[in-house]
Design a protein around this ligand. Structure first.
Ligand code: NAI
Ligand code: 15L
Length: 266
């Protein structure tokens, strides 16, 4: 690609992928509303609030691919979730429609299906069961991507990311963990395949205790290689196991299922 846009570039995943995706394009365009530091030789930095339609239009112009990480990444007030994850995603897809429909990786979340139980194995055809306003906003993003594909041919990889951090922070994440290396392998496949369409992909490593079945997207050729089991003994030693009826061990979305509606910003 000539130019790849990464939104949310100041965040945890964005700052990691900024380093790891540099080989995918001649120029990496980085955007966030938080500070992203200085641009490296192959980078351009364009600060932007995703809720600002005109700014997003300019952001997307001249891009051949987009990795969309920007937005509220946990539960928040409706106003914040709406501005970043509803208005923001709409602005992004409208800008993409007007600028050549670059292929998009949409960072959806396991919280779009968080109310499935951990004793259920689910594939990408199950109805959404969001566990929070945040999860509802990701369901909206998935639906918007689907509509732009059916109506205009816009291609998107909808990635229901589990937990993408250096390692699992608790026992639940042994099932949901997505290593950075496996995420890079997935993004490489998304931009490599001749025809993408608009698949939903569970973003998890090759974890022995996974709840998610990606067999419907085998054709993509993504083969995650890491397994969270390497972290189990350390977690066992460091943490008490929660009670058998605690949300962390009942629902796939963990504690998000037990969180109330946020009326004020933290
Ligand atoms: P993060 O919170 O570290 O990064 C999100 C970035 O988006 C922040 O730098 C923030 O400033 C920016 N942002 C928020 N609202 C914005 C707005 N209105 N305009 C411009 N920028 C805005 O989150 P993280 O962990 O890096 O996640 C990235 C994406 O992946 C998010 O969309 C999140 O929902 C999704 N995701 C991440 C998971 C993970 O395990 N890290 C799991 C599931 C989904
Ligand atoms: C998410 O959607 C969040 O962005 C991330 O911070 C984690 O909470 C992750 O899900 C998770 O479920 O572990």
């Amino acid at each position: 690609m000539k130019r790849l846009l990464i939104t949310g570039a100041a965040g945890g995943l964005g700052s990691e992928m900024r380093k790891r995706l540099a080989h995918l394009a001649e120029t990496i365009r980085l955007s966030d509303m938080a500070d992203m530091g200085d641009a490296a030789a192959n980078e351009e930095i364009l600060p932007c609030d995703l809720a600002d339609k005109d700014a997003v239009e300019a952001l997307v112009a001249d891009c051949d691919g987009i990795v969309h990480f920007g937005g509220k990444s946990v539960e928040g007030t409706w106003q914040v979730v709406r501005d970043s994850n509803i208005e923001g995603v709409f602005n992004l897809y409208e800008a993409a429609r007007r600028h050549g429909m670059p292929r998009i990786v949409f960072a959806s979340s396991n919280h779009a299906i968080g109310f499935y139980r951990q004793d259920q194995r689910i594939d990408n055809a199950v109805p959404p069961r969001p566990d929070s306003l945040y999860g509802v906003s990701k369901v909206f993003g998935e639906a918007l991507a689907s509509m732009y594909h059916d109506k205009f041919g816009q291609e998107t990889a909808i990635v229901r990311i589990g937990s993408s951090f250096p390692g699992p922070a608790d026992h639940r994440m042994l099932s949901t963990w997505l290593s950075y290396a496996d995420f890079v392998r997935l993004i490489e496949r998304v931009f490599d395949v001749p025809k993408l369409g608009c698949p939903i992909i569970y973003g998890a490593s090759n974890n022995a205790s996974s709840w998610w079945d990606n067999s419907n997207v085998d054709w993509l050729g993504w083969r995650p290689q890491d397994d969270s089991e390497q972290f189990r003994a350390k977690l066992d030693a460091e943490m008490d196991k929660p009670a058998a009826d605690a949300p962390q061990v009942v629902y796939q979305g963990g504690t998000f299922t037990a969180d109330g509606i946020h009326e004020t910003d933290d």
